[in-house]
Write a protein that binds this ligand. Structure first.
Ligand code: FES
Length: 226
């Protein structure tokens, strides 16, 4: 099969496409394929020219850390969870997430996610649950990997704007479900950094690797049902 990768050698370099040949193995994931290409003694492109190793990120390799989020055949996905057998055609196209700055090849800078959360103090300080807490929904919301796939597909999210996206809405729900002083503050942040900007396309739910029912978090927040 043919593997097309959008390359970029350094933060300031110009991106370019490079193609590789790869003997397709159905039980390989995209992450496994990238590893295999990188472990070749002399990586060569499809024309036989020497190619630099492919830069990408991973940690858990089991869909738990979000590190390997990228765009595969036009769809945001986790490379370690995407099997070659599930991809159509003989060519796989791989690009970095587009809503974040590309540091090199498939490595992007997602620090804006934590910066946004820090900006509005969206972290849990109190552990006492409110009487009405919905434990099942809280458990789901807490599974967020902060991988950024929901931001990649969101029609409303753009770095630098006031709208922080689905991962923020889920964090707000988690924090607001606890009683205490943070509740009021996080409600205000939710209204200004999420509720006013969300157009409910819900593409975030479709792409979430942890299948978090974000709509349920949003509904509870909007109705103040916490
Ligand atoms: S490497 Fe952790 S989610 Fe893919």
């Amino acid at each position: 099969m043919k593997v097309r990768i959008l390359r970029k050698q350094s933060p300031t370099a110009e991106p370019y496409w490079q193609e590789f040949l790869y003997e397709k193995k159905d039980n390989r994931t995209v992450a496994g394929m990238l590893d295999e290409l990188n472990y070749k003694d002399n990586l060569k492109d499809i024309n036989g020219n020497p190619a630099p190793g492919i830069q990408w990120e991973c940690s858990c390799l089991q869909g738990m850390c979000g590190g390997c989020a990228m765009v595969i055949n036009g769809k945001p996905a986790l490379a370690c969870e995407t099997f070659l057998r599930d991809l159509k055609g003989d060519t796989v196209t791989i690009e970095p997430l587009k809503k974040f700055f590309t540091v090199a090849d498939l490595v992007v800078d997602r620090s804006v996610i934590s910066e946004n959360l820090k900006k509005v103090n969206a972290c849990i300080e109190e552990y006492k649950l409110s009487d009405k807490a919905d434990h099942e929904q809280m458990y789901s919301a807490a599974k967020c990997l902060k991988c950024g796939l929901c931001l990649e597909v969101c029609p409303n999210y753009k770095d630098g704007r006031n709208f922080f996206g689905a991962l923020f809405a889920n964090d707000c729900y988690l924090i607001a479900s606890r009683s205490g002083t943070q509740k009021e503050e996080i409600m205000e942040s939710y209204d200004s950094h999420f509720a006013k900007g969300c157009s409910k396309s819900l593409s975030c739910e479709d792409v979430c690797p942890m299948k978090i029912p974000t709509l349920a978090s949003i509904a509870r927040m909007n109705r103040r049902k916490l």
